[in-house]
Design a protein around this ligand. Structure first.
Ligand SMILES: Nc1nc2c(ncn2[C@@H]2O[C@H](COP(=O)(O)OP(=O)(O)OP(=O)(O)O)[C@@H](O)[C@H]2O)c(=O)[nH]1
Ligand SMILES: [Mg+2]
Length: 422
């Protein structure tokens, strides 16, 4: 994977992109917001936005996505702005891609390619790299006919990084071999993950999920006192990190931070990021983090819910956490999130105690209250109680410590041999 290629540059200059969007009557998202989001994805991929064109249509054109007249306008705009690439804000069929490239005389990148490309640039871990590669290879398979011989010189730009770059030379068989190789390597990683999760059996786990840039990593850092990268840009996090979070005295849960979602996340990406997402999605409780300062937050919430359903996590217990409350001028507006929503700010710390108390209550639902007589000889058992149980009463004699405590179920099971409860 040619991660180092970054965005294709004429030496020194970022790639110049013209954006195109077809607004359909059924679109929930305001076209201006959709265009802004497309621009932020393009900029995050390292290109410069040189212009944009929007067309309202009842349906996309089967052959060229945009209507014929608008394709000519787009060509003129791209020529005038000296754009090296045209980025379309939706997925194109292989035929639409070929036709548009011919008519526009430059590379055309669709939304899936753009997002996969962005993931390719951001991927830091071996696992994330393999997962993006797999998605890109699968995407390229039905598009092999799209031989951009006329554009051969322009390798290495958005949508061309990673295996896409070699798409022109590889035949289907080679790609299929690569796909099965990546699948095999990802399966090995999935096994390691499953083992790690097994090791945590019995611990209450909490997953932070939400739209990209909602502030998940910032919250994770505040709550677990860790340092994962948090940035004002999309898709900063592409892997899953899990750390203990002390939600109450004697109550530690495991908190996971993971990759953010975006609307219409490419299916291939969702499928290949299965291993990464699994750790967060299998949590006992999901905290759905939304940027409360964004006026379109209800659309972001809906987009995240749609991805959850797609990955089979639509029925996981979850709670809405409205972040960036410090940036909301009129708090009354937060009523739209419903009375169950937890209002927080990772920046100022507001609401984080309430969030911890909420999670502690959930984690403790299954707790068992026991009175244990733990012999001094079993120091490990006493240490485990001190670390993971809520100690209500403790007294020692010369042989043992008598403790009354609320214990998580796995620990209660292990220590039941010391129980003196009725
Ligand atoms: N005002 C304000 N900004 C915040 C708050 N929490 C996070 N941010 C900012 O929001 C931006 C995104 O934060 P991240 O924590 O990287 O967001 P994320 O959800 O992990 O994003 P991805 O990993 O890209 O999905 C950063 O610029 C943060 O400084 C908050 O409570 N208030
Ligand atoms: Mg993050």
């Amino acid at each position: 994977m040619s991660d180092a290629s970054a965005i294709a540059r004429a030496p020194g200059a970022p790639e110049r992109a013209v954006l195109a969007l077809v607004a359909l009557p059924e679109d929930a998202v305001d076209p201006a917001d959709a265009m802004d989001e497309l621009a932020s994805l393009v900029e995050a991929a390292g290109a410069e936005v040189a212009g944009s064109l929007l067309q309202n249509r009842k349906l996309p054109d089967r052959a060229t996505w945009l209507g014929a007249g608008r394709v000519d306008d787009l060509r003129a705009l791209a020529d005038e702005r000296r754009a090296t690439v045209v980025v379309c804000g939706a997925d194109l069929t292989p035929a639409q891609g070929v036709n548009l490239e011919k008519r526009l005389g430059r590379r055309v990148v669709d939304r899936s390619q753009l997002i996969m490309d962005l993931f390719a640039v951001r991927a830091r871990t071996h696992q994330a790299r393999l997962q993006v590669e797999l998605a890109q290879l699968q995407y390229s398979l039905p598009r092999l006919k799209r031989m951009w011989t006329h554009l051969d010189r322009m390798k290495g730009g958005i949508g061309m990084r990673g295996p896409g770059e070699t798409q022109l030379e590889l035949d289907r068989r080679e790609i299929e071999v690569k796909i099965s190789d990546r699948r095999r390597r990802i399966a090995v990683i999935e096994q390691a993950h499953a083992l790690r999760r097994e090791g945590r059996a019995g611990r209450f786990t909490v997953g932070l999920i939400g739209y990209t840039n909602a502030g998940k990593s910032s919250l994770f850092n505040e709550l677990t006192r860790q340092r994962v990268e948090a940035e004002n840009r999309v898709f900063t996090t592409l892997d899953t990190k899990t750390s203990p979070w002390r939600v109450a005295p004697g109550c530690n849960v495991l908190l996971s931070d993971t990759v953010g979602f975006v609307r219409n996340l490419p299916h291939h990406l969702i499928a290949s990021f299965h291993a990464t997402l699994q750790e967060a999605l299998e949590a006992d409780l999901l905290l759905h983090v939304v940027d409360g300062a964004r006026p379109d937050s209800h659309l972001l919430i809906a987009a995240v819910e749609a991805v959850l359903v797609e990955v089979g996590a639509g029925d996981r217990p979850r709670r809405l956490v409205v972040n960036k409350i410090d940036a909301v001028a009129d708090r009354a507006l937060c009523a739209r999130f419903g009375s169950d929503a937890l209002l927080v700010s990772a920046r100022t710390g507001e609401g984080l105690d309430e969030l911890a108390a909420f999670v502690a209550a959930r984690a403790r639902v299954a707790d068992v209250t026991l009175t244990l007589r733990i012999p001094h000889a079993d120091g490990a058992a006493l240490a485990a109680v001190r670390a993971r149980a809520d100690v209500l009463r403790a007294e020692s004699d010369d042989q043992a410590t008598l403790v009354e405590a609320r214990l998580p179920p796995d620990l209660a099971g292990r220590l039941r041999c010391y129980s003196v409860s009725q």
